[in-house]
Ligand binder design. Structure first.
Ligand SMILES: Cc1cc2nc3c(=O)[nH]c(=O)nc-3n(C[C@H](O)[C@H](O)[C@H](O)COP(=O)(O)O)c2cc1C
Length: 367
């Protein structure tokens, strides 16, 4: 099988990538005190040397006491900036591009832990699922403060000279809590139907777009699934998904990173299109697919300690078939690239027997 179509260049705004394989944001807890370490720079450099065209630097908590309870997740202020410069230089010296993923945990943040133990957790409606209250609902002043924190993050990323940003709107974190009906019961115009629920994330993205100008790529990572609820959905129908994407596109998004646990799972009845395929069919933005590329089990199974096996060439044939069918533009490969930094290069050279399989030992760093 000829995989060369996946090794053709692709442009997003001013950025041209040499191939379609990118590395999604993957938190490695390599930023003690919020400062990206030399080990983090080396980790990304190795993956770019191994063929990855774009690294989406891991979830980076925006500058607000409510953003995360983790000590070892990167920040974008003070001493963290020198750490990010080190990462930027490492990725660029190796010929790659770098985005930074801006993130706020919302109701996932554990109260009483981390850098600001006395601060209450905030989220759209003070709940992490319909029946699970956490912290408190965001007041109008919180909406302003969090928007400003994202704006500062975007401005700083641009000043740092990275190639773009990704706004984390997926997996059950803050912006996804706005998008999902079960976590958003607001009656102030930021809740309601699927369109009303896009209003806050899109206001933030629109403000970011005004701040960074037209030539700085913005990706929005979106998902139906949530880490706490695999069946949670932001869109029940293709029409609803269309409306959500249109709102994000109008706000200024260039790229949708359509996150799934398995890229081949059909999203809506009556079609074998996956989530990325539907997104691609409903918008003119660039689309990234992701989910178990080269592997036979999903991310959450891995996080719960299961081993994954490599599917090698067969899984990639399905990926290629969908790519030829115009279901996405870019492919994010997560755990396979954690397991083998040279995964992309080996696939390009047809060295499937040499792929080092991802194992649960590759996640041993997780605390
Ligand atoms: C260790 C680890 C950390 C992750 N951290 C993040 C993160 O910071 N932000 C994010 O959006 N997704 C994160 N993810 C999810 C990955 O970006 C990706 O969507 C997921 O691993 C599925 O891709 P895969 O099946 O190729 O591994 C993480 C995944 C892993 C394994």
């Amino acid at each position: 099988m000829d995989f060369s179509p996946l090794f053709t260049p692709y442009s997003v705004g001013p950025l041209t990538l040499p191939n379609r394989f990118i590395m999604p944001a993957m938190q490695r807890e390599l930023s003690p005190g919020g400062v990206p370490s030399e080990e983090m720079a080396r980790h990304y450099r190795e993956r770019v040397e191994g063929g990855v065209s774009l690294v989406i630097g891991e979830a980076t908590a925006v500058d607000h006491p409510t953003s995360t309870h983790y000590w070892k997740y990167a920040r974008l202020t003070g001493p963290s900036l020198d750490g990010w410069k080190r990462v930027r230089d490492a990725v660029k010296d190796a010929g790659g591009a770098l985005f930074i993923q801006l993130w706020h945990e919302g109701a996932v943040r554990k109260e009483g832990e981390g850098p600001h133990p006395d601060v209450r957790t905030i989220s759209p409606s003070g709940r992490i699922q319909a029946s699970e209250p956490v912290g408190r609902a965001m007041a109008p002043g919180d909406l302003v403060e969090i928007k400003d924190a994202f704006l500062r993050g975007a401005r700083t990323a641009r000043e740092l000279g990275v190639d773009g940003i990704e706004i984390h709107c997926a997996h059950g974190y803050l912006f996804d809590q706005f998008l999902w009906g079960e976590t958003n019961a607001r009656t102030d115009g930021y809740g309601g139907d699927h369109v009303g629920r896009t209003r806050y994330p899109c206001e933030v993205i629109s403000a970011i777009r005004s701040e960074v100008g037209p030539d700085f790529p913005i990706s929005a990572r979106i998902s139906q699934w949530k880490e706490r609820n695999f069946d949670g959905r932001i869109a029940d129908t293709p029409d609803q998904l269309h409306d959500i994407l249109a709102a994000f596109r109008t706000a200024g998004v260039d790229v949708f990173h359509a996150s799934t646990r398995r890229f081949w799972t059909p999203e809506f009845e009556g079609s074998d299109l996956g989530f990325a395929g539907w997104v691609k069919s409903l918008t003119d933005a660039s689309v990234i697919t992701v989910g178990s590329v080269g592997l036979d089990n999903d991310i959450m199974a891995s996080l719960y300690g299961e081993h994954a096996s490599s599917t090698g060439r067969p899984g990639l044939q399905e990926l290629l078939r969908r790519f030829r069918n115009n279901e996405f533009d870019l492919v994010a490969v997560g755990r396979s690239i954690l397991g083998d930094p040279n995964w992309v290069r080996k696939v390009r050279e047809g060295r499937f027997d040499e792929l080092r399989p991802f194992t649960k030992a590759d996640l041993a760093f997780l605390t």
